[in-house]
Design a protein around this ligand. Structure first.
Ligand SMILES: C[S@@+](CC[C@H](N)C(=O)[O-])C[C@H]1O[C@@H](n2cnc3c(N)ncnc32)[C@H](O)[C@@H]1O
Length: 255
């Protein structure tokens, strides 16, 4: 997802002389670290930490170890010097998660980008603010700055799109209890503010897409037949990119 990657790259490019940390919560089998590392990691990236359930982390580690190319990029056996860590934890128990982050250790004085890509929908509605508050409590007092960046599907309770999505996922045994809990950009921004995050920003993916460089948009449009463009826009209307900051200045993550 080009807009999300662009936000990560923009964050790493801020004050390039300062080390930076990325904390990816609910990272799953995401490969962003490996793509960045294969291209040559920005020298400012000091630590990339991925958190997911123990079972997912164990499977991911096994996959990495089976591939000599991935194993060498991750340097899992040299945790003192590797910029990459895999951590098993449940995001639903925010206090325990923070204890785990303390042990990694993630340094609240180092600028940190917390990413939540397609994750908050899986938490219960009350667990989302609890997580954002706990992260604020950990990173807020540090010299940071710290930003949180999320990407989620979202829907009004009466919207057919959301009802069909819930039904489709449920038929595959997947629940998304927070899909309708923060049904608009305004709701996401209020959520961030109420949890102590400042300068809240939110764009639906049509708005985020319009901010991409023209050559990226042309490439997408060349690959989408015209009759699929309407569907593409409808889908993008239901996905939001949102971020907020702990610190005194907004961060221009979308350029
Ligand atoms: C749709 S996947 C997204 C993976 C990745 N962020 C990406 O965009 O490719 C959602 C991930 O969130 C993780 N997840 C959901 N609830 C979680 C929880 N309570 N604690 C830890 N991880 C969780 C799932 O295990 C899964 O890997």
């Amino acid at each position: 997802m080009a807009s999300f990657q662009r936000c990560i790259t923009s964050f790493l490019a801020l004050a390039p002389e300062r080390p930076k940390q990325i904390l990816s919560l609910g990272a799953g089998f995401d490969t962003a670290f490996f793509r960045l590392r294969a291209q040559g990691l920005p020298p400012s990236l000091s630590l990339w930490v991925e958190v997911d359930f123990d079972s997912i982390i164990q499977r991911k580690e096994a996959i990495i170890r089976r591939s000599p190319a991935l194993a060498s990029l991750a340097s899992l056996d040299a945790p003192q010097t590797s910029p990459y860590r895999l951590v098993g934890a449940d995001l639903a128990t925010a206090d325990r998660l923070i204890e785990t982050l303390r042990k990694v250790p993630l340094d609240p004085n180092v600028p940190t980008l917390v990413i939540l890509e397609c994750v908050t929908v899986y938490l219960q509605p009350a667990e989302v603010p609890a997580l954002l508050r706990a992260l604020g409590g950990y990173f807020g007092p540090g010299a940071g700055p710290c930003a949180v960046l999320g990407y989620d599907p979202t829907s009004e309770a009466t919207d057919r799109f959301g009802l069909i999505m819930i039904e489709n996922l449920r038929s595959r045994g997947i629940e998304v209890p927070s899909l309708m809990a923060f049904p608009s950009c305004q709701a996401r921004q209020q959520l961030l503010t109420s949890c102590g995050w400042r300068f809240p920003q939110c764009l639906n993916m049509n708005e985020a897409y319009a901010k991409l460089p023209v050559q990226d948009r042309r490439r997408v449009e060349r690959t989408q037949p015209l009759d699929e463009l309407e569907e593409f826009r409808l889908l993008h209307q239901h996905y939001v990119l949102w971020w907020g900051v702990l610190g005194d200045n907004p961060l221009a993550l979308m350029g």
